[in-house]
Design a protein around this ligand. Structure first.
Ligand SMILES: Cc1cc2nc3c(=O)[nH]c(=O)nc-3n(C[C@H](O)[C@H](O)[C@H](O)COP(=O)(O)OP(=O)(O)OC[C@H]3O[C@@H](n4cnc5c(N)ncnc54)[C@H](O)[C@@H]3O)c2cc1C
Length: 259
């Protein structure tokens, strides 16, 4: 059963700007938020968001997702690469992988993505925390059988790793396509949870001689290397050099303010 999103949810703008205050989402604008369901209602409403743009942005910034499912009564969590086209998340893998065996028996999955933004150090151990942006979505995974959608899903995964790569790299041939399964998961029942800002302190702790503050966390790309790469040497294309340049110092703003 779904309920309308609450008015206090955080928007993408608030999550991506250190200075931005939380803004209200227009609850009447059903297109801009996902419905709150019994499975996606966040207990801490002040950290919750059902904002479509924010959820898409977190999924797009995350380098990988964790996919959870139950197979023969045993829960599994599998790290996987992903790509997004609109409201569909695509995954790929070998047909023998557990996820694809799981699809045969009630293909409910839970997908989670986390961006770690900061280590929050309070004067008391109790109030230590993390700044983060995360998404959890639940839905029924579908094995993609349509050729065009399968290729588009693979393109989304490759482009998610490095925009521009699909047009440059050799496309999968028929045999490679047969050896690869693609799964589509609708992004329809999803929530985000966001923490920003500094440490919470008990008033009685404020005079303690203990350092308090936020240490930003960033994922960055290192110096490219061709060591171990076989074949003819090829200069690095501009789209990869640009990617390395853009992400060498961090992968986006560290979210340290904004409450
Ligand atoms: C960053 C990252 C991205 C990945 N992206 C993809 C992807 O896009 N598509 C894809 O198919 N696979 C991907 N993998 C591999 C994926 O995590 C699984 O290993 C793979 O899907 C096979 O899963 P399985 O359950 O069928 O493996 P099985 O071989 O059937 O699992 C047997 C046992 O091996 C162990 N095991 C399996 N996988 C892992 C693991 N990742 N880490 C530690 N132990 C493990 C567990 O104990 C498991 O029960 C990725 C892995 C990483 C780390």
């Amino acid at each position: 059963m779904t309920r309308p999103a609450r008015a206090s949810v955080t928007t993408a703008a608030a999550a991506s700007s250190a200075a931005a205050d939380a803004e209200s989402v227009d609850v009447a604008d059903a297109d801009s938020v996902y419905p709150v369901t019994a499975r996606t209602e966040v207990r801490r409403a002040d950290r919750a968001s059902y904002d479509r743009a924010l959820i898409h942005a977190i999924l797009d910034e995350a380098r990988l997702v964790h996919v959870a499912f139950v197979l023969d009564g045993t829960p599994f969590v599998v790290p996987m690469l992903h790509g997004r086209i609109g409201e569909i998340l695509y995954l790929h893998g070998l047909p023998a992988a557990r996820l694809f065996r799981h699809l045969r028996g009630g293909p409910e999955v839970c997908v989670e993505a986390t961006l770690l933004d900061g280590l929050v150090m309070a004067r008391s151990s109790f109030h230590h925390s993390l700044n983060f942006r995360s998404v959890m979505l639940v839905g029924r995974a579908r094995l993609v059988r349509d050729h065009a959608e399968k290729v588009a899903g693979l393109e989304a995964v490759v482009e998610h790793v490095a925009p521009g790569r699909w047009a440059d790299a050799r496309r999968p041939n028929g045999q490679e396509l047969r050896q690869t399964h693609v799964v589509a998961i609708p992004i329809a029942e999803a929530s985000a949870k966001v923490r920003t800002g500094g440490p919470v302190e008990d008033p009685a702790d404020l005079d303690l001689p203990v350092w308090s503050g936020v240490i930003p966390v960033r994922l960055s790309l290192g110096e490219p290397s061709t060591e171990g790469a076989a074949g003819v040497p090829v200069p690095m294309p501009a789209y990869l050099a640009d990617l390395v340049e853009a992400r060498s110092g961090g992968n986006g703003p560290a979210v340290v303010g904004g409450g």
